[in-house]
Design a protein around this ligand. Structure first.
Ligand SMILES: [Zn+2]
Length: 185
C-alpha cells in the first residue's frame, strides 16, 4: 500500500495506527489502519511479524471443523475456490483482514446476493443461485472444496489447528510478476 494522498477526497493525508494481534499456532501479526484526516476514509491491512516468502497455501475443506482454519489475507492476497468458480482479486482499494474459511464464504455469499440484485440475464442469475447453493452446503460440511490463498508479497497465509493439513508452495518469479502487474495501484 503506497498512498500519499487519500484516494477518495484527494486532499487528506493519512493517520497511521497499528494493533498487534496474536494468531494461534502462528505468532504475531499487525493490523495496520490508515485513516484520512479529512473525509474519514479508512484502509486496513495486515503485516506479518516474520518474513514469509511469497507462497500459495492450499487446504482441502471437508468438514465443519475445517471451516475454522484461519485466513490471514493482506491487501495483496488472492483467494480462489476452484469448485465454486470463486476468485477474489485485490481491487483498487483492497483491504487486509483476519478471518476463517467460514468468514470468507460469508463474504462471497454477501457479494453474490448483492450482485444478484443487479443482474438481468437468466444465465448469470442461474450461476449465482448455483454458487449460493454450494455455499449453503459448504457451511454445513456437505460440499468439499479446495481453498487457495496466494500472495506475491508473502503477507497472507492459512493457519490450521494441529492435524489440519495445509499445503504450501513457494510462488515462482513468473507468478509473482504476473500477480503484481495486475495490481491497480
Ligand atoms: Zn479523504
Amino acid at each position: 500500500m503506497t498512498y500519499s494522498k487519500c484516494p477518495v477526497c484527494e486532499t487528506g493525508g493519512f493517520k497511521l495506527s497499528s494493533t498487534e494481534v496474536d494468531i494461534p499456532y502462528y505468532g504475531q501479526a499487525y493490523i495496520i489502519t490508515l485513516i484520512c484526516e479529512v473525509c474519514g476514509f479508512r484502509i486496513t491491512d495486515i503485516v506479518l511479524n516474520k518474513i514469509n516468502p511469497p507462497t500459495a497455501y492450499y487446504a482441502k475443506i471437508r468438514s465443519v471443523e475445517d471451516l475454522k482454519i484461519k485466513v490471514v489475507k493482506s491487501s495483496t492476497g488472492i483467494i480462489r475456490i476452484p469448485e465454486m468458480g470463486v476468485k477474489m482479486e485485490p481491487g483498487a482499494v483492497s483491504q487486509g483482514y483476519i478471518t476463517n474459511i467460514e468468514g470468507i464464504l460469508q463474504r462471497v455469499e454477501d457479494a453474490t446476493i448483492m450482485v444478484k440484485g443487479w443482474l438481468k440475464s437468466e444465465k448469470k442469475l442461474d450461476r449465482c443461485n448455483q454458487l449460493l447453493e454450494k455455499i449453503n452446503r459448504a457451511v454445513n460440511g456437505e460440499f468439499e472444496f479446495t481453498f487457495i490463498i496466494e500472495d506475491p508479497l508473502g503477507n497472507s497465509l492459512l493457519v490450521g489447528a494441529p492435524g489440519q493439513i495445509i499445503k504450501k508452495r513457494k510462488l515462482t518469479e513468473k507468478q509473482i510478476n504476473s500477480m503484481l502487474s495486475k495490481r491497480k495501484y
